[in-house]
Design a protein around this ligand. Sequence first.
Ligand code: AP5
Length: 217
Amino acid sequence: MRIILIGPPGCGKGTQAKLLQDHCDIPHLSTGDMLRLAVESETAVGLRAKTAIEAGQLVSDELVIQIAADRLSERDCSTKGFILDGFPRTELQARALDKLLETQKFSLDKVIKILVADEVIIQRVTGRFMCMICGAVYHEEFRKTHVEGICDICGGEQFTRRKDDNQEVITSRLHVYHLQTVPLLAYYQGKGILESIDGSSPVDIVTQQLRKVVACR
Ligand code: AP5
């Protein structure tokens, strides 16, 4: 199955994509995670992407299309499909993805929009923290660890926050989303593959809605 999760920053794409990956056995591909890893490892891609990420702007289409295409060409994506999280974000990226899939003789099954109001987004993003060992994502109010200070998944005791998760940068990320990514919804609506779910409910309720739409089993 080939799925795109689309929605504003902090709407729950990453949280839901990880759960769906386990439930459906489909690889989760996050361009944000790939870029952050590149920044942390100080690779050439990371050095080119760093300033844009920290300012809440989009990294260049050319760079993102290349990293997405490289990952999509790996074997697990051709055998199992993919859940794309954070890509495409511009019409140019969407057209590049169509072209790549056409070459591979595949097509998209569904594009799922996760709807969450901007006020909720700010709360979600400013309260997010991650385990430094396994990357599990939590929220200080909405998704706490079961035992305070200990990661539920790996038992790690150190946590971190993203540099772009502050009030100023999230305002810019939301602006960029409305300006550059929202037009993609009409693009996929026109192809008849766009579905919407309400992302404002608690995580498990959103998961149930998503599973109904995806229906992998
Ligand atoms: P990216 O990493 O893709 O960030 P994003 O789209 O801004 O999305 P987030 O990762 O912030 O949020 P999410 O929707 O995954 O929410 P999450 O599940 O964590 O991109 C970062 C940057 O990289 C971009 O700004 C850009 O610079 C660059 N980039 C990436 N892709 C690019 C591309 N294609 N083109 C150009 N540039 C690109 O949830 C958020 C919080 O809410 C968590 O704390 C979570 O626990 C909590 N939460 C989740 N669901 C719920 C719920 N239902 N109820 C309550 N709390 C919830």
